[in-house]
Design a protein around this ligand. Structure first.
Ligand SMILES: [Zn+2]
Length: 298
């Protein structure tokens, strides 16, 4: 892994766009925090049931290096960060996951390869768009996988929000690598809060930012919907690896429940027929470009 430490993870550029919220300009940033190549069978399901999981470990072919996007909203109620990206310490897997089981380390080593340097981490990318870690009011986590939580180290003072089910039933989460102080606010959903998804947790007082259940990748996986004046943005986490997977109904191999993912895909598409929706998964190469050019899911 030594070599990875000197390889840049800056294959994707940060993107900043402006949306309207109650007539006022609000900046939304896509920050690129390292890159990850996953086994092809991790990104695209190969084989039925448990075989698809075995094929992730046995497969030889990797995808190209994919982005790890962190989303930042300069919301009137405070600066919000959705997921936190990777960190460079995680490249030394045996040290970083020292307290995890042999099998957990084996799985990680045989599923993905990460590239990031210390000066490419979230604090530096925030600085590049004239923001500071200390300005962040709230961190929202879609789920607890390493490449979404490894930047938590920057936020010991901030409120962190995660779904109650994801926190109490994490799937493939390296809990021993989480910061010792990690004690997020665990939220449950309120019924009848949004079309199609039905349940949501209102993140902002204005209820223009909603946390919604999008299970499948993990059982407690959630996404964030930002309802702007002219369209909605869904920050989809790992609901899919690419927008095309939702459109084509293609399953990722990395799924805890394929049937739940099927329903989650349907919900995204149904919602996008009701409201103009930009869909932004964490590892989609084109997500930054779709945000900048306001390209909708359907
Ligand atoms: Zn994940």
């Amino acid at each position: 892994m030594e070599q990875s430490k000197i390889i840049s993870g800056r294959a994707y550029e940060n993107v900043t766009t402006t949306v309207k919220l109650k007539g006022k300009d609000v900046k939304v940033h896509a920050l690129s925090i390292g890159t990850v190549a996953v086994k092809r069978n991790f990104k695209i399901k190969n084989g039925a049931g448990f075989l698809s999981k075995i094929n992730i470990l046995l497969g030889k072919e990797y995808t190209q290096y994919l982005p790890i996007w962190v989303w930042v909203i300069e919301h009137p109620e405070g600066l919000l960060v959705i997921d936190t990206g990777e960190n460079a310490e995680s490249l030394d897997i045996d040290k970083y996951l020292a307290k995890e089981s042999f099998f957990a380390k084996y799985q990680f080593k045989h599923a993905c390869k990460v590239k990031i340097q210390p000066n490419e981490e979230l604090n530096h990318q925030l600085n590049k768009v004239n923001l500071k870690v200390d300005d962040v009011k709230l961190v929202i986590l879609t789920h607890l996988h390493a490449d979404h939580v490894d930047g938590l180290k920057f936020f010991p003072k901030q409120e962190i929000l995660v779904g109650n089910y994801e926190f109490t039933h994490p799937d493939n989460c390296f809990t021993t690598a989480l910061p010792s102080w990690f004690n997020p606010k665990k939220v449950d959903f309120v019924q009848n809060r949004i079309e199609v998804f039905n349940q949501a947790y209102p993140i902002t007082q204005a209820e223009d930012l909603l946390y919604i259940p999008t299970p499948g990748h993990t059982l407690g996986h959630n996404s964030v919907i930002f309802k702007t004046d002219n369209f909605d943005i869904i920050f989809g986490g790992d609901s899919s690896y690419h927008q095309d997977q939702v459109i084509k109904g293609e399953m990722a191999g990395a799924n805890v429940d394929y049937n739940k993912t099927k329903q989650t895909y349907k919900n995204f598409l149904d919602y996008a027929t009701l409201r103009k929706t930009i869909y932004l998964p964490t590892h989609d190469e084109n997500a930054g470009e779709r945000l900048a050019n306001k390209k909708f899911l359907v």
